[in-house]
Design a protein. Structure first.
Length: 267
């Protein structure tokens, strides 16, 4: 991945500080390519890696990863043509049924995802969906609360990757299940907001099968010289479209075979 780097180390650090400020103090910033129009995907991952390094240095614990932009609908909605990955830390996790504050978020939106918990390390390149299924301990339903820090959702792939794929909060819940007991390709999901159905989908929306998205993530990690360690919590990407939430909203995500995940949003 380093072969396509165009940014100097000092630019990477500068952009990382800009993204970190926007994330930790919840304000919107212009997309990074306004200032660095030649920024590549590799540059985006270099900024993201620096962000991860700084968070870990401050005591945040890496708990896993997320695949993003994994459905055709989402790619079209966002005007990008390849998926992305981002890291997840303990500070982003919220308990099931909890009240989630929006005052420390910019543009919160929710999406329903299948999360995988790994029982063995996975290493690319060449990781396949079969490898992922063999290395999975169990799956569980999750809701990701994404929060693009870019003004008016105007961004490109390099900027989103630098912003850690819009990662902000996540909630796991429902029932943990073994992959052998499920058809992971055809799981239906219904999302309710304030008691009304607002989105629905089937898990095949995620690259044909959610395990394909995890394999893609492992292969991107390999490009960065990293592996997916056993014990990781990994979200495979939105099955439903991302829906904006505000204080007062309550969300219930109902997953076929996996149970429900719920939360409410407060100031
Ligand atoms: O989780 C994701 O699909 C990443 C979305 C990145 C863009 C956005 O903020 O919608
Ligand atoms: Mg997502």
């Amino acid at each position: 991945m380093s072969s396509n780097l165009t940014l100097l180390r000092e630019d990477i650090v500068r952009l990382c500080e800009r993204v970190e400020g926007a994330q930790t103090r919840a304000y919107a910033i212009p997309k990074l390519t306004d200032e660095y129009p030649d920024m590549t995907i590799a540059d985006g991952y270099a900024v993201q890696s620096e962000l991860r390094r700084r968070f870990i240095e401050k005591g945040h614990k890496l708990v896993g990863w997320k695949a993003g932009l994994t459905s055709k609908a989402k790619m079209q909605q966002m005007g990008v043509n390849v998926p992305s990955i981002g890291f997840l830390t303990d500070r982003m996790a919220r308990p099931e049924s909890s009240a989630i504050s929006t005052s420390d978020l910019v543009h919160p939106r929710v999406e329903c995802e299948v999360a995988f918990v790994m029982k063995s390390d996975l290493q690319g390149p060449g990781c396949t969906a079969q490898d992922v299924l063999a290395a999975t301990d169990y799956v569980l339903p999750a809701v990701e609360i994404i929060d693009s820090r870019f003004s008016g959702f105007k961004f490109d792939l390099a900027s989103v990757i630098a912003d850690n794929g819009s990662s902000a909060r996540f909630v796991g819940g429902g029932r943990a299940r073994y992959v052998d007991d499920l058809d992971l390709k055809t799981l239906g999901v219904v999302m309710e907001k304030n008691g009304e159905i607002v989105a629905m989908g089937a898990s095949a929306a995620v690259m044909g099968h959610p395990a394909e998205a995890i394999a893609m993530l492992v292969n991107i990690l390999a490009d960065m010289g990293e592996i997916l360690p056993a014990g990781s919590f990994v979200m495979s990407g939105g099955i439903t479209e991302a829906l904006a939430v505000k204080p007062g909203d309550s969300i219930v995500a109902r997953f076929q075979e996996l149970g429900t995940v719920s939360m409410r949003f407060v100031e």
